[in-house]
Design a protein around this ligand. Structure first.
Ligand code: ZN
Length: 236
């Protein structure tokens, strides 16, 4: 039975709804969310409520952590900082409690999932290079580690960085960055997530267009930084 792995929604309701509609149409009922449900985007509460209802597993992201007042946001850039304060002011008590209880990691015999890095999920390291990936691979025994955080879809095996759909080998290690639903940064503005077929080992990226214009207008109307709307159009 295939599973869907989504991450980095960032309060983008249009992108999240489009992704979940597609996942349902594929007959997939098991959805995993690797965190950053909020931050940057104009619909944090709506996105948290949908994820709460529809995802089997939800992990803590650094922007979720910031929105509940636990992260040191002096390291955030100006846009992220402003968006975090905006989100804090609006988060409902119920959603605040939900985010506060999120775990940093989920594991099975075959898979490990974190928002940022498996060596130290609470420190929000980025896995960007082959050497980062090789170092991180020493900290887990499973076949696959699914991550988000950088918003850039890529699969690392022990030898290379692959930017394509692949079928994974059972006796090797992989780190799979599933990309971002609500704020892709790989130059492609379409939302991004992964469908994994455990029986065959097939990992497929899904890219879908959504109503970016609507999200764009809501960001502006809510007084969030214009940059956060502009970047959605180009995917950076
Ligand atoms: Zn993120």
């Amino acid at each position: 039975m295939a599973i869907a792995i989504i991450s980095d929604i960032h309060g983008n309701l249009e992108a999240l709804s489009t992704a979940l509609d597609y996942i349902k149409k594929q007959g997939i009922n098991e959805i995993y969310c690797l965190g950053d449900i909020v931050g940057y985007g104009p619909n944090p509460n709506e996105c948290v409520e949908i994820v709460r209802q529809q995802c089997k597993v939800v992990l803590m992201g650094n922007h979720d952590y910031a929105a509940i007042g636990l992260a040191r946001i002096e390291y955030f850039n100006e846009y992220a900082k402003r968006a975090t304060y905006w989100t804090m002011d609006r988060l409902s008590q119920e959603n605040y409690e939900f985010l506060k209880a999120l775990p940093f990691m989920y594991q099975t015999d075959r898979m490990i999932m974190v928002h940022a890095s498996p060596t130290n999920p609470e420190h929000w390291y980025y896995i960007l290079s082959m050497s980062d990936a090789q170092m991180e691979m020493q900290s887990f025994k499973q076949n696959i580690c699914f991550v988000g955080h950088s918003h850039v879809p890529v699969i690392f095996n022990q030898k290379a960085a692959i930017r394509d759909n692949i079928s994974i080998e059972p006796n090797q290690k992989y780190i799979v960055n599933v990309g971002s639903i609500g704020q892709p940064r790989d130059g492609d503005p379409r939302l991004c997530f992964v469908i994994f077929e455990p029986d065959t080992g097939q990992i497929n990226y899904v890219r879908l267009e959504y109503d970016i214009e609507n999200t764009y207008q809501k960001i502006i109307k809510n007084g969030l930084p214009t940059f956060l709307a502009e970047r959605l159009l180009k995917g950076y």
